[in-house]
Ligand binder design. Structure first.
Ligand code: ATP
Length: 429
């Protein structure tokens, strides 16, 4: 039996302030075009007339402020029009942030505090639409000529680089619905695990390192200082997750907290942050369009992110299979965590208690299928304070010939000999 034939192209007439929600499957090709009016996908405007391919597994909303006619061609799993969206409240937040940016710009020369634009942190439970709201705020700001800094603290489903990292990058233009965030020079710190409880202290330390690096950049760049930051967080808002959120607000000196879809979290934050009158806490409704993702879907999404790093979104990159001598690299692990295999420790060593201690790792087959970061550190004691140049994926360990076979994004020598390992694995596929 063959698969069902693709339905013919279909048109949707959208009234003002409504959206067409589309969920694309794993393999199905789907494209969209704007026939009349204006529309945007999460803040990035649709070009008129041209077909735009929508990547597999995308869940998107094509929203119009003033009305539009949209055409879809191809196969999707879900498509429907919704006229109730929280978009007006989101764009109102944007307008306030924009005013603050303008004010900060006008205050250049009158001190660092006055010239600092908004530092917005978006918090909320899993699947409340945090990443999407960040994306819209960044796109709307960049459309108006600002270059806000996007900070992604979500080690599970981050959108700047692969999972297991916290990262920041300036956003200079609306984020393309297909390509995602263009990455010129992201600042990436490798945590190495996809949940913070493996080594929460390390997560906190890395947040501080990233914040310090950004602080330095801001002090020499009035333009990005005025544009401010938009910070995405993890969906874990209870217990340790909540503690880490508070720490993030503090570390990045956030002055606007946007709480998506949870009354309880909002009132808890209001209570605990009331000693900081300069921090505004704003509750926003979650969009009904946000698609829920279970553990399995999240795991798959992580895997695709890693695949995308090496192979590109549409298999347009060609990673290299490299062979590295054991003696040409040193591999380190940071701290001790419950998931770290004992065999990855130096012979005879017990798991260390110090969460930020850097420990040399014996190269053996336990490294198989792990994703390692290539650190900019020159010495092991600089690893925690150094960001990373990129990643390699271990495909084989030849113990006899003392060689690591790995996938690297570019040919040639690695930019550094210091590699960092955590528990981030990938099964190529
Ligand atoms: P996490 O729990 O990983 O932190 P999140 O709160 O950041 O998730 P998003 O990643 O923003 O949530 O949204 C989840 C999914 O829902 C994404 O695939 C996103 O593209 C989709 N989505 C968000 N808003 C809409 C909408 N209005 N219509 C259709 N899909 C949407």
């Amino acid at each position: 039996m063959g698969s069902a034939p693709a339905p013919p192209p279909r048109q949707f007439k959208l009234a003002r302030e409504s959206e067409l929600r589309v969920e694309v499957g794993a393999a199905a090709p789907l494209r969209v075009r704007l026939l009349s009016g204006t529309a945007e996908i999460f803040g990035a405007e649709l070009p008129p007339e041209n077909w735009l391919p929508i990547p597999p597994r995308s869940k998107i909303a094509i929203f119009t402020w003033h009305g539009a006619t949209i055409e879809l061609d191809g196969i999707s799993e879900v498509e429907y029009v919704a006229d109730e969206t929280p978009m007006v409240s989101y764009v109102n937040v944007h307008a306030i942030l924009d005013g603050r940016r303008t004010h900060a710009k006008a205050s250049q020369g009158s001190g660092l505090d006055a010239s600092q634009g908004p530092r917005v942190i978006v918090v909320g439970p899993t699947d409340s639409g945090k990443s999407t709201l960040c994306r819209m705020l960044l796109s709307w700001a960049s459309k108006q000529g600002w270059k806000p800094t996007f900070v992604d603290l979500d080690i599970g489903q981050g959108s700047i680089t692969i999972p297991g990292c916290i990262a920041a990058t300036p956003v200079e233009m609306p984020i393309d619905a297909v390509e995602g965030i263009p990455l010129e020079m992201p600042i990436v710190y490798f945590y190495g695990h996809t949940t913070p409880n493996v080594n929460a202290d390390l997560y906190k330390v890395l947040m501080k390192e990233l914040a310090q690096t950004l602080e330095k950049q801001f002090s020499g760049n009035a333009e990005s200082r005025a544009a401010g930051m938009v910070i995405n967080t993890m969906g874990w808002v209870e217990g340790l997750g909540y503690e880490l959120l508070l720490q993030a607000v503090d570390t990045f000196k956030a002055n606007v907290v946007l709480v998506l879809g949870q009354e309880k979290l909002c009132s808890m934050l209001k209570e605990v942050l009331k000693s900081k009158p300069n921090v505004d806490i704003v509750k926003l409704h979650k969009s009904e369009g946000v698609v829920l993702r279970n553990q399995k879907v999240r795991q798959k999404a992580r895997s695709f992110r890693i695949r995308e790093y090496f192979y590109g979104l549409s298999n347009d990159l060609s990673p290299h299979s490299n062979i590295i001598n054991f003696s040409d690299v040193s591999i380190y692990r940071i701290g001790g965590g419950p998931q770290a295999p004992r065999s990855a420790l130096p012979i005879g060593a017990e798991p260390v208690a110090d969460p930020t201690r850097v420990v040399a790792v014996n190269i053996n087959r336990d490294l198989l299928h792990l994703v390692l970061a290539v650190s900019y550190a020159k010495e092991p004691d600089q690893i925690i304070s150094s960001n990373v140049a990129g990643f390699i994926y271990v495909t084989d360990i030849d113990i006899q010939r003392k060689k690591i076979v790995c996938l690297t994004p570019c040919p040639g020598e690695l930019p550094s000999k210091i590699l960092v390992v955590g528990t981030l694995t990938w099964l190529e596929g």
